[in-house]
Design a protein. Sequence first.
Lengths: 507, 249
Amino acid sequence: MWQRFTLYDLRVIGHYLGVLLQFSAILMAVPLVVGLAFGEWEPASRYLLGGGIALIAGTLLRFLQVAPARLGRRQALAVTGLAWIILALFASIPMWLSGHYTTYLDALFDCVSGLTTTGASIIVDLDHLSVADNMFRFTMILFGGLGLIVIALSFGVFGKSGSGASLFSSEGRSEHVVPNVVQTTQFIARITAIVVLIATSIITVLCIIMGIEPVRALLQAFWVSISGFVTGGFTPMSSSILYYHSFAIELLLMILMILGSISFVVHSEVWKGRIKVFYRDIETKTMIVWIIVATVVFTAALSVSPLFSDMLAILRRGLFMVISAFTTTGFQIITTNQLTTAFTSGAFLTIAMIMAIGGGAGSTAGGIKASRVGIIFKSITSTIKEALAPDSARIIVPYYHLGRRILTPEIVREAMTVFVLFVVTYVIGALAGIAHGYDASQAIFESIAMTSNGGLVTGIVSPGMPVSLELIYMAQMWVGRLEFVTLLALVVEIVVSFNPRRWKRQS
Amino acid sequence: MSSWVRRAVPHCVRAWWAVITLSCVVALSLSVPLPAYGDDNPGTGIEEPPGETLDAGVVEPDQAADNGEGEAGSEGQPSGLPTDGDGNANDINFQQLPDSSFIYDTAISALAGADSYYNNQMVQVTGEVIGDRINAEFDPDHCWITLQATDGSSAQVIAYLTKDQTSGIDSYGAYGRRGTILQVRGTYYLVCPDHEGISDIHGDAVSVVSAGEVIETPFRWSVFIPGLLLVLIGVALVVFYRYLQERQR
């Protein structure tokens, strides 16, 4: 049943990883050009160096298999699973050389956080970071949020190898906006470009009104727009969105985050004028119910706090934090200290649970996903109906997701499997945090933030954190972004490949 | 004392004269005016907030009226500074009596991890001004600035100031720029009731500690050489790869 990787498989995997590395070398031209334009010579030289290293490494990997071959499903899973880590390893070289990270591992953590759109950062002195470095951080967020494979496919990086479908689905995307994979990826990129452009224009004007210099205003608007729509969470300033002290910007970003957490397939339907599809979707209904319940619980929990008793404060700060957590963006308009001291434990853990569930499937959001929660509840409904109905009755539970569908055991099993895997990972991460001596509630919160790619942190994720915990959190971010199946399949394949008994049996 | 004085004046009278003389000397020395701390000391810009008392840096505004001991201001403060031989004012006045004008110097990193103990307390912080001056949303006379700790911790605190108070800021910290080092004294709020719950300092007094500076980085070809070499090698490898690919077709 379990097949090991052959040498040919490894060569093909290496070849396609090399293609992606070459693509990332071209991506480093973005911060290089920006650095040169702003007269930031040292950062520009770092990205020239980083681009050169990635180009050499990528080309050498491509030599493993000169004639391009069609990717099989197992190979596609391996390429997708390893791409995130391989790209992060090379992307962290110029970041580490910036001097804003205490160790190379910290730079790698930030790059993994950016590519997986977690948004938790352990950079030192972010506010003195160069424009080139910031541009690279947000480039990583953009491509990680849309999907490395999506971007690569839309740019035709994989050529006509015909491997697009395998790679696309192995990145956790099972739904095609249009039948053609490449057109789907181009649609996703187009929607993102339009939304980001509109948001950038509005936020630039708002920033200029607030007193920010025009060039800085444009850059900051562009970066937070990208980060908001792809639910990334990185911000150019340490104090996150709190820095802007602007309700208008907060409102716009809330809309942006919600748009980013909606499935691109639903975007496509709305774009075509079929708005009813959005309202009837099981995911939309689940998200609305969940958000209402979570907001009521959160507001009630927070109002008990003697500090946060003002309704206006609860509405403004609380609602933004709820949406930031629900969409797993990670923007903050309160300080990390307030999260642990001013918030009650109930409000604190409610935020964690909101992050745990996450946004919509097929979007840029992380977490368990609202559709899976909706399916699990439908399954509970089905079980109750079966219990109450006579033995001879056949229970059919329909649900609406881009058309009327019937709930089948396979769909329920897939949803339950991923749900359980997420919960187990949350627990493992929490236990790891507790084992390192941190407060239990903070450890739970941080573990959920990492696995759901939420990015709201309470202080455990910081420069100088324990190396073992840092590695565990990186693994959680990676696993959460790929939604387990891809990564677990890859791990199984690798383990099986190193099993000598399998070599004897197959020879 | 000479013998004729001893013969002329009785003991009790001499004792009384000694007491009177000593009392006059003490009274004279107490009546010399001493300056309040901070007079003739330019650049501090520290202003005494009217009607508030400062007791070891912890201010209880409600108790200000009841606290008779530490009234701020110049009452009871002797005038005139002791001077050195050159006639310069001595910045540190050791004759100043201890009073309640001592400000509690707070580290920004301490405020970054503050709990409710610090809420509504008078604090004084010193940090680098970074980013931008953000205009307050609904108050045209006020603005927000961000202060970053200079102890290497990168901790930050937000200050709510009037635009006049920020007139001394000549540089905002960013890449290639070190911002003005500012000292801000004001009330710290863990959850500000006036600003929908953010953590901020409402600045009462602001002074510039040191000006900002621009850190010039001149262009040097040498920093680009390693990257250019690697890119050239990479391009050469790509060309060779394409050649091999074409040969295999």
